[in-house]
Design a protein around this ligand. Structure first.
Ligand code: DGL
Length: 261
């Protein structure tokens, strides 16, 4: 039994949508969730910045005593997963937009992908589409400002609603029957996206497959179990402000501490 937490990080609180799936599948594990809100949004930052920041975070989380690392951010994965894996002594689980399952699900041959500008511009995303969806019509839509608006204004805010009007319209117009939520913030607004699409459109996020992958990895490395379901949330930004947002999104009060990698 290993009494060490699993570290999960994102630019902000999008990764909580992944954390929920992780805790559902692995209720006996302890988690340390790090929101790098000082640098939110990652989606507008350079690959070089994200690589350097991702490696720094991964190294600091290992020093802090984590037993495994989950990159709960598509943007950080797109820019930095290889560098983080190379630098980290820990088992690393990364996530990417669910293009592969979407390709298997679509009946019309049209899938939509909502993600950050950085994710969609990445070589990794280009390869993902090339490998799994080159025979399909793939409508990609960058959503600048959406992750921030979800955090600062709230998922039900007027600003989020009007951003979604613009971002979802091209997917609805192309009659995509599967929409990939390619940023971990977007499951917070899944219902609002669904309302803008034709009835029966499927929305895909990656929380559950990532949880399965983490469980497999921990099992293979003999690292399963040993915790008590404890959860610590930390931010590189202002803890009081982040705590208020966590309460709103998570639906329950969680203390938030300051941590700088
Ligand atoms: N949640 C992040 C993702 O999955 C990115 C949001 C941002 O910081 O731009 O891509």
């Amino acid at each position: 039994m290993i009494h060490q937490p699993i570290a999960v990080f994102d630019s902000g609180l999008g990764g909580l949508t992944v954390l929920r799936a992780l805790r559902d599948r692995l209720p006996q594990e302890d988690f340390f969730y790090f929101a790098d809100t000082r640098f939110l949004p990652y989606g507008d930052r350079s690959e070089a910045f994200l690589r350097e920041r991702g490696v720094r975070i991964a190294e600091a989380l290992a020093r802090r005593g984590a037993k495994a690392l989950v990159i709960a951010c598509n943007t950080a994965t797109a820019a930095a997963a290889e560098a983080i894996r190379a630098a980290s002594p820990l088992p690393v689980v990364a996530l990417e937009p669910g293009v592969k399952p979407a390709a298997a699900l679509t009946g019309k041959g049209v899938i939509g992908v909502l993600a950050t500008t950085r994710t969609l511009a990445s070589e990794r995303f280009r390869r993902l589409v090339g490998n799994h969806a080159s025979h399909l019509e793939v409508i990609t839509q960058a959503c600048p400002g959406l992750a921030e608006a979800i955090e600062t204004e709230g998922p039900d805010s007027q600003l989020v609603e009007s951003l979604l009007d613009g971002f979802v319209a091209p997917l609805a117009a192309a009659e995509a029957d599967v929409v990939v939520l390619g940023c971990t913030h977007y499951p917070w607004v899944a219902a609002a996206i669904e309302r803008r699409m034709a009835a029966g459109t499927r929305l895909l996020d990656t929380g559950e497959p990532v949880a399965r992958q983490l469980a497999r990895l921990l099992d293979a490395d003999g690292l399963l179990g040993g915790g008590s379901g404890a959860l610590t949330v930390a931010t590189s930004g202002a803890p009081a402000r982040v705590a208020a947002t966590v309460d709103r999104l998570w639906g329950q009060h969680l203390p938030v501490e300051h941590w700088e990698p």
